[in-house]
Design a protein around this ligand. Structure first.
Ligand code: URA
Length: 237
């Protein structure tokens, strides 16, 4: 692999910036200062250091973002800021959000360039748990909670025309008109439509976790960080 591609993939900078950095002697390959950025290196065996820090090769990249409202979960949008815009400094090409949160939904969003992981986390058969903090307009009755947990009609139909009820969910009342709702699916506007199905309304929605990954409470809205080794292990990476 070319040195500039390697450094670019590890988020050091653009190809143009890297050319300059290398010219300035900031990159050392196997103990020798590199003078050109287009030399070929062996990403698995050579020791590459940048500004004195050894960089190990990471084929794929994994981040968690605390998504703010007013930002869309897309890679491109002509009008609104996208979640990819928020991670621009990373210089990682081909990052995609793992699923979508509505523009007004906040909280945990994973982003990666590992297509296999995206598939694994979103595949309906995998039933990855997603926990949402939901602020609602009215208190829920016990019957409504039971209904939400057993499955509600949110207007979806199966191919054969039958009602496509939501799969079993879990409701935990955590405060005054605040619940934690755990679902295992990711249908369009699912949480909002589930609450509508029991004659209620979502006033605020925030994702707290996805599978084993919990939103890092130290991340302010709009902030992100790479997943830790431990988090990656929990995802089977
Ligand atoms: N359910 C919704 O209604 N919106 C989201 O953003 C996520 C789940």
């Amino acid at each position: 692999m070319r040195l500039d591609k390697f450094l670019g993939e590890q988020g050091i900078g653009t190809r143009k910036q890297i050319k300059e950095y290398v010219k300035n002697g900031r990159c050392i390959v196997n103990g020798v200062v590199a003078t050109k950025s287009d030399i070929h290196i062996d990403e698995n065996n050579d020791e590459i250091a940048f500004d004195g820090i050894v960089i190990s090769y990471q084929k794929y990249h994994y981040y968690m973002l605390n998504k703010p409202a007013d930002v869309v979960s897309a890679t491109y949008d002509g009008k609104n800021t996208t979640v990819i815009d928020l991670l621009r400094d990373e210089n990682v090409k081909d990052l995609s959000p793992v699923g979508r949160l509505d523009i007004d939904t906040e909280g945990l969003l994973l982003l990666t360039d590992d297509g296999a992981l995206i598939h694994r986390l979103l595949a309906p058969k995998k039933h990855v748990d997603k926990v949402y903090e939901v602020h609602i307009k009215k208190d829920l009755t016990d019957a409504q909670i039971k209904h939400l947990e057993e499955g509600v009609d949110i207007g979806d139909k199966k191919d054969n025309g039958e009602i496509y009820y939501t799969r079993p969910a879990k409701v935990e009342v955590v405060g005054d008109k605040v619940i934690h709702l755990t679902i295992h699916e990711g249908r369009f506007h699912q949480v909002k439509r589930m609450l509508e199905a029991v004659d209620n309304e979502v006033l605020f929605l925030k994702r707290l976790s996805m599978g084993p990954i919990k939103l890092d409470e130290n991340l302010e809205k709009g902030e992100y960080r790479p997943l830790t080794e431990e988090e990656m292990k929990s995802l089977g990476i």
